[in-house]
Design a binder for this molecule. Structure first.
Ligand SMILES: [Cu+2]
Length: 151
């Protein structure tokens, strides 16, 4: 009799586990966002669900660093990036210039395996047009993704 009870408990527990694993977890929006875009980062590329954004929307980015080294998720504009790149050879302190650029862009730094959920408003007048990683050598290795702001 006792063994039947154990079997019933086991069967119920197994059914509960099976139910949990077969049903996909419902997607929860990142707070304050209109939708979620999945981003995976590895050496030396970004992969995004979409590269199109609507001016004025707030996008939730679910960012996963699947790489073996740290990477940046840096949103900026082509104009700001060009200006920074042109300035680099002339500055004495690259780290200081980078710090100043950090303040004008949206940048998150992720260690290997790190996962980050962020809410990013897309500006109406001056939307982001490029996603880059500026850790030395990474941009040159291909870590640049063009973005397409829609009206
Ligand atoms: Cu990188």
């Amino acid at each position: 009799m006792a063994s039947w009870k154990v079997l019933v408990v086991l069967a119920v527990a197994l059914a509960a586990c099976a139910g949990e694993s077969s049903a996909p977890a419902p997607r929860v929006l990142i707070e304050g966002t209109d939708r979620t875009v999945d981003v995976s980062i590895k050496e030396f590329e970004f992969h995004l669900d979409t590269t199109e954004f609507i001016r004025g929307e707030t996008v939730g980015f679910h960012i996963v660093n699947e790489g073996l080294v740290s990477h940046e998720f840096r949103l900026t504009t082509d104009a700001a990036l060009s200006e920074f790149m042109a300035l680099l050879p002339t500055v004495a302190d690259v780290a200081l210039a980078q710090q100043a650029f950090d303040e004008t862009t949206t940048v998150y730094k992720l260690k290997p395996g790190e996962i980050l959920d962020v809410a990013v408003p897309i500006d109406q007048a001056d939307p982001y047009t490029v996603l880059v990683c500026l850790i030395p050598g990474h941009f040159e290795a291909g870590m640049q993704e063009e973005l397409f702001p829609l009206p």
